[in-house]
Write a protein that binds this ligand. Structure first.
Ligand code: MRU
Length: 358
């Protein structure tokens, strides 16, 4: 059975607690926006698409269970609470984009005299619930586009070895995954010789979550520690690197999990194509370059401790940025549900899709 990080039906939301994986499979109930903010901020749920979906569904839970006398109060609640949810984690853009779209929808419905307050509420709930289905569809398209891009020069039908970083699979999305969706597609096509995943210190999304997914789905996989990437490329004939994104900005610079930038540098040195796999909801055309992306800094404890056990010397200072920015010139292609774009053509192509919806 496929892993499910988010379960929602009829005003009830549960998330798989990713702080407990891989030791325990435990779902926690999200009863409203306050719970939604906390599970995102504490990283019980993480990954840019999953953050946005859980944030929006946590508001859907409240709205489902509330009665509204007028559209003005419903509109105010939607706007205020979505803006609050955006503040839970700053780097991934998906929650902000989802919030802006839902606020725009509620503004339009609020001034439409043909729509009652109950119809407005239902439309909000339907739109929010649809995010789960749409994310899986988009990930499947990303998977196909990415697998074809990686295989484009492999005309002999041989299989490939790929490296990924962090966790971009079913646990980071509504299902299937972005970069891990590309890996899954290669496997389905019988063209994946091996997938390598990094440990992804300090939060260990690779060792705890990606490794868990790969074992669960029986893919041919090996875990490496973060400092083995150069050796891996020197020794193991890696065909491509594919990673996710928290925010791709207009010039193609991309914020993703800390360590992504150094993998891109090493990939360039070894002539290994380096791909970003991300839905359009991770693309922020309002920001022109990576320098303007706000990078979240997380507690020192994530570096100094493993569980309750201190591994770093007492008294040492720590710097713990959760993300870094890979410059566009190190990126071979940005794999989206609409196609694979070179960083310098991405702005134009994505604006066209956003304007025409096609
Ligand atoms: O801090 P996290 O675990 O939320 O960071 C996740 C990542 O950086 C992922 O690579 C990114 O969000 C893409 S998830 C499809």
């Amino acid at each position: 059975m496929a892993l499910e990080s988010i379960r929602y039906s009829d005003g009830k939301l549960e998330i798989l607690d990713q702080l407990l994986l891989p030791a325990q499979n435990k779902y926690v109930s999200v009863k409203g926006v306050e719970d939604g903010w906390k599970v995102i901020n504490r990283m019980q749920v993480r990954g840019a698409p999953a953050i946005a979906i859980v944030g929006c569904l946590s508001l859907a839970v409240e709205i489902y269970n509330e009665q509204f006398n007028d559209k003005k109060s419903l509109r105010q609640e939607i706007e205020g609470k979505l803006n609050y949810l955006v503040s839970a984690r700053p780097t991934a853009v998906n929650m902000k984009i989802a919030a802006d779209e839902l606020i725009k929808l509620s503004n339009e419905l609020a001034i439409n005299d043909d729509i009652s307050v109950n119809e407005m509420k239902q439309k909000f709930l339907d739109t929010t619930e649809a995010m789960l289905r749409k994310d899986i569809e988009d990930n499947k398209a990303i998977g196909t586009n990415g697998a074809n891009a990686i295989l484009q020069n492999k005309t002999d039908g041989s299989s490939v070895r790929v490296l990924t970083h962090c966790n971009t699979g079913s646990l980071a999305t509504a299902g299937y995954g972005t970069a891990l969706g590309v890996v899954r597609k290669l496997f389905e096509m019988n063209r994946l010789e091996h997938i390598y995943c990094t440990e992804t210190r300090p939060y260990n999304q690779g060792a705890r979550l990606t490794a868990f997914e790969l074992v669960h789905d029986k893919l041919p996989a090996t875990l490496i520690i973060d400092s083995m990437v150069s050796a891996l490329m020197q020794k193991k004939n890696i065909a491509a690197v594919v990673v996710g994104a928290d925010r791709v900005v207009a010039n193609g610079d991309t914020a993703n999990k800390i360590g992504t930038y150094q993998i891109a540098v090493v990939a360039k040195y070894h002539n290994v194509p380096f791909y970003i796999a991300a839905p359009l909801t991770s693309i922020d055309l309002k920001i022109s370059s990576g320098e303007q992306i706000q990078i979240e800094e997380r507690p020192q404890r994530e570096m100094t401790h493993v569980g309750d056990h201190r591994i770093a010397a007492q008294g040492i200072k720590c710097w713990n940025p959760a993300f870094d920015v890979t410059p566009a010139h190190l990126i071979t292609g940005i794999i989206t549900e609409k196609g694979v774009f070179k960083p310098d053509e991405m702005r134009e192509k994505v604006s066209e899709f956003l304007q025409t919806g096609k």
